[in-house]
Ligand binder design. Sequence first.
Ligand SMILES: NC(=O)c1ccc[n+]([C@@H]2O[C@H](COP(=O)([O-])OP(=O)(O)OC[C@H]3O[C@@H](n4cnc5c(N)ncnc54)[C@H](O)[C@@H]3O)[C@@H](O)[C@H]2O)c1
Length: 442
Amino acid sequence: MKISIFGSGYVGLVTGACLAEVGNEVICVDVDQGRVDMLNSGEVPIYEPGLDVMIARNFKAGRLHFTTDAKTAVEHGLFQFIAVGTPPDENGSADLQYVFTVAETIASHMSDYRIIVDKSTVPVGTADEVRARIASTLACKQGTLEFDVVSNPEFLKAGAAMNDFMSPDRIIVGTDNPRTTELLRELYAPFNRNHDRFLTMDIRSAELTKYAANAMLATKISFMNELANLAERLGADIEQVRHGIGSDKRIGYSFIYAGCGYGGSCFPKDVNALARSANEVDYDAELLKAVENVNTRQKQLLFQKIHAHFKGDMSGKVIALWGLAFKPNTDDMREAPSRALMESLWDVGAKVQAYDPEAMEESRRIYDNRDDLIYCESPEKALEGASALVVVTEWQVFRSPDFGQIKKALREPVIFDGRNLYDPIQLKREGFIYHGIGRGSF
Ligand SMILES: NC(=O)c1ccc[n+]([C@@H]2O[C@H](COP(=O)([O-])OP(=O)(O)OC[C@H]3O[C@@H](n4cnc5c(N)ncnc54)[C@H](O)[C@@H]3O)[C@@H](O)[C@H]2O)c1
């Protein structure tokens, strides 16, 4: 099948590569000429395990193309995917300008029936607006072409995106036209062989499903963080509580880790955008606001612990920071807890020696060169001369370090464990002062 994808970011590239992998002819479009040039010269602008290999294979096979030429892309694909960003605007709502620009671009070049598939995360009602804008652009051209608009939200997890796309838990398709449903069923058939994961529904419900999924996951995290803060004050250990409740099948073990807050390009913005959508229909979404407030507070927790430990004497202190990415296996630092921590540390005159397996280049892009942020070539180098170690991202490489070496390298044997990776008893035995999250019984 012929497919065009507008937006060559995390979602657009993974979608493009996976659809090409099963034999489709895919054109990925982006307005960023630099990004398209990189892709055409064999470089992949983001880190996602397995993506580079799949792009290279399909690019070489001539099934995957990258361009800034929207007209060619609109002529090419029966399916026109929208996979552009929907960042928060100044009041927290989803900024839909990129989605609408793509809709109008598609309409301005359309000369035949097209299915516009919205993969971006967008508020309920966006498909209606996309449809209206396409119709109005077509009307200006004095044309009355047939087209359909479909909501097909993306549920991939950064860091495991290739597998999530190739073997999805579900494929949600919101449509009001049975013919479109069948065409999408055909498109997704290669990813739907093991058992039927294809779920069709009305467009508005599909749009809301994506927000509901992210809001539910964010709620689980904030709930556990709230409990962790309580455990700390009540002399209980959130890790033992986690095992205790996870064993209940109705609750389960996933997404109930306490930590230093969630980040990324999706949870913070989607929880906020859903709360804003609620406002617009005169509903006060109290739970959603609390989820986000708890998270904002949680992102300050590591700093507060560090500040309290050093009794506010932070000026000139060097802090070793392990993990910049908002989670392991990605270089994405959007809304990452590391950013809130580093910015607070800099405000009080501390310096950061950071190591991350993938996100240091992204950090350089965000923060440029500054004297109070030193990038280190290994986790061990980051420790040298530092007054404490802070673990912010739970990369595998940080899970079982040589504590003897850490103790030797640090000025003081202090560890702030923002992901509860380590055993407080073992660390105390090794002579460390250990600060975890919600570990009040140690
Ligand atoms: N990143 C994730 O893990 C993830 C997961 C599920 C859903 N989503 C949603 O998918 C959407 C895309 O997210 P992302 O992380 O891939 O974004 P991204 O910022 O990585 O990529 C968006 C790309 O769109 C391009 N773009 C902007 N305007 C364009 C236009 N008019 N024509 C062509 N390209 C254009 C940008 O240059 C950029 O390369 C968002 O709505 C997001 O919420 C993201």
